[in-house]
Design a protein around this ligand. Structure first.
Ligand code: ADP
Ligand code: ZN
Ligand code: ZN
Length: 825
């Protein structure tokens, strides 16, 4: 399907030779195409730039991958234009793009489109004006008609490229604009769209003349000099906190030659507080070992390490010290973090250590900011980039190490479009760049730990928290004994109530975790027993009390909170099930004086809402934080000493072979939020399955114990890591057509499986209706294909798709190929 050519690197630098080029087109086509570069564009055609090309009857954008050798068949079309001034990606990225396209069976042009940040559209950005030379050229008149027209127009008024095209009623090639700029006929100003953030400056003072006599100074002025003598330089803001009149007094002091006032660039964290530079900690023995092992590997080719360190063991410090060494050796460092909130935490610590040489990449930045950050990396102005999933594509030309923090986190898996797993691809990128991949987690994925066991990964461990802080003490409370309790008591047990009360009275903070939002998950008609379900999804609705509505968590459908039963019309709706909203109500009722906040998808709708909730914890204006898995992830708040897990079992019974793994990870992670400061933490874990090994292992914070049990199941049922899987997700609006289609594809699978190569190596489960059989009016089917190895499995699916392209294409039914799927519902 896609031929691999690894010769791009050779051709870099000689790209002036590009006469025939290989172009990837951003459309659902799997091949790349050969185009010819006309003479007048040959100077501009470079690997990594976009070209405008004819495709069928259309003109489309394509990405130049390199020279083409594939020139045998028929007429070769000419490219129409080159769209970029500078390449958008380095040629060393191309093998990576090809790998992704091949592995995830996704069009390579679309892979590249996915990889690039938004806001690269040149047409939006350029303001074009005529120069003196341009004006003279108009008089001398040795211009082409189009050049002439452009200059005439610009002489009247400078304008954007888009406007210019509109005014002249013709498509002006970008390359022409670039050529005219090169000849100095015009000048282009590049304005980026979107909000920009310039550097933040802060006023500082320092003493300049320590010897000078201070006899005649007022007491307050003396006091200022005193502070400066102790502190060295200090921000005016901070000085004013110590001596409130300082803002008024520093000017005269400067005039008299005692001190100097100057501006200094400062960094602020997302809470708006300035980031104070810090120094490396003295490492613990375990940290030291991890750091030195990785440093020894740097620059010596490809290797993957798994840093398994309990919560609070100082993994971030390990990353920081490795990064410091990498920078020293001029090796670039990429750090992936699963969630945008955690990026800010990571950013804070990296900026405190490395200041300006850190770039950030994530989707919350404006187009202009994204572009800036991207270009800073591409121009090698920074050596460190921190970002979420998509930062994987950061345009480093010389990346030496990729760090994947919280490698087990499911957020690394993209669930729409190109369904890639950023953790897996980080390893691939490291391999292609001959670098090191470092995965870190307190609860490593079964997959990664299996790779340690089979010697594919190098194991690094941190078994203890820093400063001899103990791991939290976990008490398991059996919910079966409160099954018949009425009212709040059935989910806030007496053990949890006591612990909450104690924690509040000590002035410490609590996290309460329940992995379901809303008020009640199972509204049921008290008259006829029917449950209230979504009309698009056949899934139970959840009551959201604050919004006074029943909502569907899958398609967003909502029904007024006053609705009657749709079956019998009764208005008596009984609310079964539990959600974070209900927990919040109960806690407020039990502890009316406590300051309570809730963190879940319902409360973070507004921009900055999430930050302000977290700030509440940080500043201790919140005593109890209730939330979904959002509270479980990586936060480091030292005053949280109690974690209450309301019901540990919610994710345990999902029809998914990773249900146990997820439950263990979630429980161990949320427990790890307790006792990160000087006061030891405790956890109350409420469950209906106290003997389940996922829960037992979480109780002991022992991922190896979990692994040893879980791996036996995986092996018995031949699930990953003992096999590879691809999930074919089939969906359509018409129930019959969708089923028919699923059956047809199923038949094709069975046929193909008879092939000698696949009889023993591939296993097919399905077609079956998906565990969630209808979402947003679409009926859903799935076929799970297991293979002994990636090679067999991918060979199988390739053949299935390529051989049967005609039979498989359908207008009414969609099929998504999910390679290494996570969400199996
Ligand atoms: P993890 O990521 O493993 O959960 P962190 O990296 O957040 O842990 O570290 C927990 C806390 O310990 C942080 O506040 C960090 O600054 C501190 N810390 C890390 N290493 C050391 C060390 N060697 N000595 C003292 N404190 C440390
Ligand atoms: Zn009813
Ligand atoms: Zn729905």
């Amino acid at each position: 399907m896609i031929q691999r050519k690894e010769k791009e690197i050779m051709c870099q630098g000689k790209s002036a030779c590009l006469k025939y080029i290989e172009v990837a087109i951003a459309l659902p086509v799997y091949n790349t195409f050969t185009y010819r570069v006309p003479e007048n564009l040959s100077f501009f055609a470079k690997i990594g730039k976009r070209a405008l090309v004819p495709f069928g009857r259309r003109r489309v954008t394509g990405y130049i991958l390199g020279p083409s050798e594939d020139m045998d068949h028929g007429e070769i079309k000419l490219i129409l234009d080159i769209l970029d001034e500078t390449p958008l990606f380095h040629s060393s990225m191309i093998p990576f793009f090809r790998w992704i396209a091949d592995y995830y069976m996704y069009p390579i042009g679309e892979v590249i489109k996915n990889a690039l940040p938004g806001g690269l559209n040149l047409y939006d950005f350029v303001d074009v004006a005529i120069t003196e030379k341009g004006k003279n050229a108009l008089i001398k008149d040795n211009l082409t008609p189009l050049q002439n027209e452009i200059l005439c127009h610009l002489k009247l008024k400078s304008c954007g490229l888009k406007t210019l095209c509109a005014k002249l009623k013709s498509q002006i090639p970008n390359s022409l604009i670039q050529a005219m700029e090169k000849q100095n006929l015009i000048i282009c100003k590049r304005e980026l769209k979107g909000k920009r953030t310039g550097p933040k400056m802060e006023r500082y003072v320092s003493m300049i003349n320590p010897g000078i006599s201070t006899d005649k100074l007022s007491a307050q002025k003396m006091q200022i000099l005193h502070v400066l003598r102790d502190e060295g330089e200090i921000s005016v803001k901070k000085l004013a906190e110590i001596i409130p009149t300082a803002t008024r007094l520093i000017k005269p002091l400067e005039k008299a030659g005692y001190i100097s006032i100057f501006n200094k660039r400062t960094y602020r964290d997302p809470f708006g507080e300035s980031i104070i530079p810090d120094n490396p900690y003295n490492l613990t023995k375990e940290q030291e070992k991890a750091v030195s092992t990785v440093i020894d590997l740097l620059g010596k080719g490809f290797a993957t390490c798994l840093l398994a360190g309990v919560t609070g063991s100082g993994k971030t410090e390990v990353y920081l010290q490795i990064a410091a060494e990498a920078i020293k050796r001029k090796i670039s460092v990429l750090i992936l973090v699963p969630e945008i909130v955690l990026i800010s935490q990571m950013e804070r610590r990296f900026r405190a250590r490395f200041g300006d040489c850190v770039a950030l990449l994530h989707s919350r930045l404006s187009a202009g900011e994204q572009y800036d950050q991207w270009m800073r990396i591409a121009r090698q102005e920074v050596r460190i980039a921190i970002g979420a999933r998509s930062a994987l594509f950061a345009p480093f030309a010389d990346m030496g190490i990729v760090i994947v923090d919280e490698e087990h986190d499911t957020s690394y898996k993209q669930e729409t479009g190109l369904c890639y797993n950023a953790r897996d691809l980080a390893i691939v990128r490291a391999k292609l760049m001959n670098g090191v991949a470092l995965l870190g987690s307190a609860t490593p994925s079964i997959q990664s730990y299996y790779n340690v066991k089979t010697k594919k990964f190098i194991e690094l461990t941190l078994t203890k928290r820093v400063e001899k802080r103990p791991l939290p003490e976990i008490t398991v409370v059996d919910l079966r004994k409160t099954r018949d309790v009425r009212g709040i008591g059935y989910f806030i047990t007496s053990e949890l109530y006591k612990a909450l009360k104690q924690t509040l009275s000590r002035g410490e903070q609590t996290i309460l975790f329940l992995n379901r939002r809303g008020f009640a998950g199972f509204p049921v008609c008290a008259s006829c027993g029917a449950s209230l379900t979504c009309k698009n999804c056949d899934i139970s609705l959840t009551l959201h009390q604050k919004a006074n509505a029943y909502k569907c968590h899958y398609c967003g459908y909502s029904l007024a909170g006053t609705s009657n039963c749709s079956k019998c019309g009764s208005s008596k709706i009984k609310l079964l099930g539990l959600g974070t909203e209900k927990v919040e109500e109960a806690v407020k009722h039990l502890f009316p004086d406590a300051r309570v906040a809730r963190l879940d998808r319902d409360t973070i709708g507004k921009k900055h809402a999430m930050l302000s909730i977290l700030k509440g914890i940080k500043d201790h204006t919140t005593d109890i934080l209730i939330g979904t898995q959002m509270v479980a992830k990586g936060h480091d708040f030292p005053n949280i000493t109690l974690v209450g897990i309301i019901c540990a079992d919610l994710s345990l019974n999902f029809p998914d072979f990773r249900a146990g793994e997820r439950t263990f990870q979630l429980l161990a992670q949320v427990s790890g939020r307790a006792g990160r400061g000087t006061v030891p933490g405790r956890v109350i874990l409420q469950t209906y399955n106290p003997d389940h090994f996922s829960i037992e292992a979480a109780k002991n914070q022992d991922f190896k114990a979990f692994y040893n049990k879980e791996i036996v199941f995986r092996k018995a049922l031949n699930y990953p890591p003992f096999s590879r899987i691809i999930l074919l997700k089939i969906s359509g609006k018409d129930i019959k057509k969708t089923q028919r289609y699923a059956m047809d594809v199923g038949d094709l699978c069975s046929e193909l499986k008879n092939n000698n190569r696949f009889v023993k190596t591939v296993e097919i489960l399905g077609p079956i209706t998906a565990p969630l059989p209808r979402i947003a009016k679409h009926f859903r089917w799935q076929i799970l294909i297991k293979g002994l190895s990636a090679e067999h499995l991918h060979g199988f699916v390739h053949q299935l798709l390529v051989k049967n392209r005609e039979r498989i294409s359908s207008r009414d039914v969609k099929m998504v190929i999910d390679v290494d799927p996570f969400f199996m519902m």
